[in-house]
Design a protein around this ligand. Structure first.
Ligand SMILES: CC(C)(COP(=O)(O)OP(=O)(O)OC[C@H]1O[C@@H](n2cnc3c(N)ncnc32)[C@H](O)[C@@H]1OP(=O)(O)O)[C@@H](O)C(=O)NCCC(=O)NCCS
Length: 150
């Protein structure tokens, strides 16, 4: 079942995201960051355990939003859950009147497969660079930027 995150999910969201961050597949998230942005999150729940999540973060400028923290636990991968988590973000973005969603990822092929197209990172608004500047990987980051028009 996919549902919006609740306050009590924050710790388990962090565990799941930081598990993959430790494998260098994505950026780690602090608990504070997850609490502050909890309304962005969708979670996939199986047997009352959180096994996947995604987040839609509204940037605002140029009708833009970002998909962040997309993960599915290893034993649950390859069943379409990741795609469903992305689609929840897409539907939510449409309901907010968002024109375009972007993602910064080490898995560009995954997002291309579900309808995103690669763009030059420099084309994204300056606002997103604030977060990049605070990232431990800046400026040597190898993430690819992709967008999907809605
Ligand atoms: C990336 C991730 C979220 C995908 O979730 P998932 O539930 O396994 O993916 P899905 O089952 O929804 O796959 C959807 C489609 O993408 C395809 N796909 C899966 N991985 C892919 C890859 N690396 N490259 C290209 N296509 C891929 C699937 O075959 C499927 O295609 P189909 O719809 O034609 O059958 C998951 O593997 C994961 O959590 N990985 C570790 C963390 C990570 O890298 N997150 C992305 C950070 S932005």
């Amino acid at each position: 079942m996919i549902r919006k995150a609740e306050l009590s999910d924050a710790v388990n969201i962090q565990k799941l995201v930081n598990h993959f961050a430790n494998l260098d597949l994505m950026l780690p998230r602090s608990l504070n960051e997850i609490y502050e942005n909890l309304r962005d999150f969708w979670v996939y729940v199986d047997n009352e355990e959180i096994r996947g999540c995604s987040a839609l973060h509204i940037v605002g400028w140029d009708g833009l939003a970002e998909i962040k923290s997309l993960v599915v636990a290893e034993n649950f991968q390859g069943k379409g859950i990741g795609k469903d988590l992305v689609l929840r973000c897409v539907d939510e973005a449409k309901s907010f009147g968002i024109d375009k969603i972007f993602v910064l990822t080490y898995r560009p092929d995954y997002f291309k497969n579900i309808g995103f197209g690669e763009i030059d990172k420099d084309k994204l608004p300056r606002k997103i660079w604030t977060e990049c500047c605070n990232c431990p990987k800046f400026p040597g980051c190898l993430e690819t930027a992709l967008v999907k028009a809605l």
